[in-house]
Design a protein around this ligand. Sequence first.
Ligand code: SF4
Length: 315
Amino acid sequence: MQKIKLGISTCLLGENVRYDGGHKLDRFLTDTLGQYVDYVPVCPEVECGLPVPRESMHLEGNPESPRLVTSRTKQDMTERMVQWARKRVSELEKEDLCGFIFKSDSPSSGMERVRIYDEKGMPSKKGVGMFARVFMEYFPLLPVEEEGRLHDPRLRDNFIERIFALKRWREILGRKESRGNLVGYHTQHKLLILSHSPKHYQVMGKLAARAKEVPIRELYQQYQTILMEALQLKTTPKKNANVLMHMMGYFKEQLSSDEKQEVLQVIDHYRKEYIPLIVPITLIQHYIRKYDQPYLKEQVYLHPHPLELQLRNHV
Ligand code: SF4
């Protein structure tokens, strides 16, 4: 697999582009995730022509249509930033990004809960950074996260799972359009989709089943939209336990009563969050090999991202 292309706020890579001349290097993003990712850095404030160092800025006004204003001299940078951002997102379209990692709390790059001041100068955490807003409106289905939220193991696992799933989908898009390719992708991702949303799993199953009746361009577009919507919904221990039980159903008859007892107990312990997801997954994989289940062997759910990232050791 080629590396995944991700947009990122430049300061997270350790570049000295912040208003105070510093950076916000995030070692997980550069050293760990960076092994699988080609980053496309974007610093809205520097790229729209502001110097380093520069006066700090903040958001003011209505959270739905905020102004970007310098903190001391009160210069309004809104038009400059929005015009630049619109041009930049259309350039980014050519990059074929699989997602974006934003710097939290920034009036330009923050994805959510950015401080915004009302007319009385009272702050509330209801703002969205100027560039982040334009980006998310332009690419509504693209996976986006903030570096701070990626310290949460569940959010991290979910985001990384989504970018890998999207990368594999983009590889399908890179090949000749064919119903067979789409159905092949769907077959391998079925249980992954089920772990995010049983409802989307059903809708996508029906779409794949009548693939021959839908014009191919429409089929691809519909499938992509539902896939991205499904993966936006987070997995939970309950949903994962449901998938694990579903998998066990494939070789239930072959398991000895001792083995069955063991699998059920491990799934139950995982559901109660006594043990991480990697434990039942490893056990189930063992039985898939032992009882040779070709359909399950192909399931991306068993290895949605590189094991070396150890994401399932913490969820
Ligand atoms: S938060 Fe955004 S605007 Fe600020 S330095 Fe980082 S990349 Fe540049």
